[in-house]
Design a protein around this ligand. Structure first.
Ligand code: UDP
Length: 242
């Protein structure tokens, strides 16, 4: 799809979990992490790659954790959804204040005065004009995650791939933080992931990607230049496809 053959992708959706924004803190937003992520994004926007973003909110609130503490699950997920808007406002501000990049923050639920409401056609138009689009509020519904939102928005906006920026180098055979003998996979099929029960993203999100042939790449967003290496076709992370 790329107009310029040098680049592997023309339009990407970058999913970043809340944990990445938190840096080494226990809660909240670490400004240096935010700056680093924005620098990565700028490096690919500068070469004409169309970028949209979905940000999780594990650094603030997750529905499952709040419901374990005793809140109703729907209310808990609403808090999670609102938290993704907080993170999205922060990343938009960081992009706007540091860079000459135009942004649009679209939310799945209306928040007048802060975000635009999600509109697929408008998002595609803006992406074509090199705006960075931030999709906030997940799918807008409880019982989903931002992985599902990321796959959904990537498919809707005809993105070439979903890039899942994490704190580890890709998909491993076991948790690399607990097992020193964990193997890093470079290439997997959707079938491999299901058969080996590998942790890539939540199952409903993964099945959506598989059914619509959306490739997924899991990589370490904390490694400087990783995003640039991916779009310029160098080995980085784990690619999952048909
Ligand atoms: N959430 C939701 N519906 C969505 C997306 C997110 O209810 O479509 C809520 C859910 O409570 C979730 C929280 O928002 O736990 C934060 O999203 P996620 O857990 O995906 O964040 P991440 O793990 O990526 O930081």
């Amino acid at each position: 799809m790329s107009q310029n053959k040098k680049f592997l992708y023309r339009r990407i959706l970058l999913k970043i979990s809340g944990e990445v924004l938190q840096g080494s803190n226990n809660f909240g937003i670490d400004i240096n992490s935010l700056k680093r992520i924005v620098k990565e994004i700028k490096s690919v926007v500068d070469i004409g790659i169309q970028v949209s973003l979905v940000i999780g909110s594990g650094n603030l609130f997750r529905g499952a954790t709040l419901s374990e503490l005793g809140l109703d699950r729907v209310a808990s997920d609403h808090i999670g959804i609102l938290s993704t808007i907080i993170n999205s406002v922060a990343i938009r501000d960081m992009i706007n204040s540091n860079l000459s990049i135009r942004t649009c923050l679209m939310s799945a639920i209306p928040i007048n005065g802060i975000c635009e409401i999600y509109n697929c056609e408008q998002a595609i138009n803006l992406l074509s004009n090199n705006f960075v689009i931030i999709f906030a509020a997940g799918t807008g519904n409880p019982f989903f995650t931002t992985d599902s939102a990321a796959c959904l928005r990537a498919i809707e906006t005809k993105s070439d791939i979903i890039l899942k920026g994490t704190k580890v180098d890709g998909v491993y055979s076991k948790d690399p933080e607990k097992n020193s003998d964990a193997i890093l996979y470079r290439k997997l099929t959707y079938k491999d992931v299901l058969k080996k029960e590998l942790k890539v993203m939540d199952l409903s999100a993964f099945i959506l990607a598989r059914d619509y042939h959306l490739p997924i790449r899991v990589f370490n967003i904390n490694k400087p230049g990783s995003l640039y290496r991916i779009v310029t076709n160098r080995s980085e992370g784990t690619i999952i496809s048909k």
